[in-house]
Ligand binder design. Structure first.
Ligand code: FSX
Ligand code: SF4
Ligand code: SF4
Length: 318
């Protein structure tokens, strides 16, 4: 079991956690140490004050719910700890007990009460065609609410928006070639309607649970993280997979695997898109650190703004 990072009381500021301590925790995370080190008791207790004033509202559009499932797969910290101690999650269509108009009334009440302060999490793309009618997310006072209408209204009131998953960030799978519903990512939709609320993209199909929780923790304690040109936190998406890949020596020696089971070669000829992919999967790994894509198959660059078209066909060399 990993040792928890100790956060001395004197390093805390009255408003929360000191810059030095938090950066230390985040640097550890970026280096591949478990997120549990960010969720140490001192940090959690410091965050609790902020949490009361900073609810998270999670809405879902055109997605497969894989992003939520990925969050539920958070191992360190456990999802129970994330939901109870880290995120003040006031609305989530998949995990909340409340439903129907009661749930929607609560959603809009919190958005009004915490206007400019809450974070809106968007999972899944937003269909723009037919005035959004391809995705109805609820009904209130006999009015069908579209994903487009909901994300516009809540997006304007939010202090920040997290576009979780490649679908919400850039359109993703629903926006793949064809795209009859005109599936669109949050920032592109905001640009169209001149909505100025800052958007943080956390792509991945699905995104790693640490990327989601870590970004929310950063928002609560430090504000918006530094982003790359595609709106992704550099903290998690600042390094290239190929340049850090454990198979790089094979690549340099031009030794290539021909099958997924042959682990003694670079995976490029069976479709690896690692050279184009910026994410820290090589050190963070997945499923509680057990494995990651390249170890079992290939990287399909699921964090790319052009995914999935830019990575297709998945298992053929580019
Ligand atoms: Fe998209 Fe989320 Fe891919 Fe699925 O809902 S990012 S299709 S894993 O899960 O939106
Ligand atoms: Fe690069 Fe992929 Fe080969 Fe790794 S397996 S060295 S990421 S091409
Ligand atoms: Fe996505 Fe590649 Fe990371 Fe796998 S290794 S999660 S395909 S970016």
């Amino acid at each position: 079991m990993k040792e928890e990072l100790k956060l001395p009381e004197e390093q805390q500021e009255s408003s929360g956690v000191s810059r030095r301590s938090f950066l230390k925790a985040l640097t550890g995370t970026a280096a591949g140490i478990g997120l549990s080190q960010m969720i140490n008791p001192a940090l959690v207790s410091a965050m609790k004050k902020g949490l009361e004033k900073h609810p998270v509202l999670w809405v879902q559009g055109q997605g497969c719910t894989g992003c939520s499932v990925s969050l539920l797969n958070s191992v360190e910290p456990s999802i129970a700890k994330v939901l109870l101690d880290v995120i003040s999650l006031e609305f989530h269509p998949t995990v909340m007990a409340s439903e129907g108009e009661t749930a929607l009334d609560n959603l809009y009440r919190i958005a009004d009460e915490f206007k400019g302060k809450f974070s809106l999490v968007v999972e899944g793309a937003i269909p723009m065609a037919a005035n959004g009618k391809y995705c109805i997310v609820g009904e209130r006072d006999h009015h069908e609410i579209t994903m487009l209408e909901m994300t516009k209204e809540l997006g304007e009131k939010a202090g920040s928006v997290l576009a979780i998953g490649t679908c919400a960030a850039y359109g993703g799978i629903p926006a793949a070639k064809g795209n009859l519903t005109e599936a669109t990512g949050v920032q592109a939709m905001f640009d169209k309607f001149s909505i100025k609320t800052p958007v943080v993209n956390i792509p991945g199909c699905p995104p790693h649970p640490d990327w989601i929780v870590g970004t929310i923790v950063h928002l609560l304690t430090k504000g918006l993280p530094e982003l790359d040109d595609d709106g992704r936190p550099l903290l998690f998406f600042g390094e290239n997979i190929h340049e850090n890949c454990p198979y790089l020596d094979y690549f340099d020696e031009e030794i290539f695997s021909a099958t997924f089971t042959d682990k003694k070669g670079c995976r490029m000829e069976i479709g690896c898109k690692g050279p184009d992919a910026n994410a820290d999967c090589f050190s963070r790994r997945w499923n509680g650190g057990l494995n990651w894509c390249i170890e079992n198959a290939v990287c399909i660059n699921c964090v790319d703004p052009g995914f999935p078209d830019s990575a297709s066909p998945f298992y053929e060399s580019a």
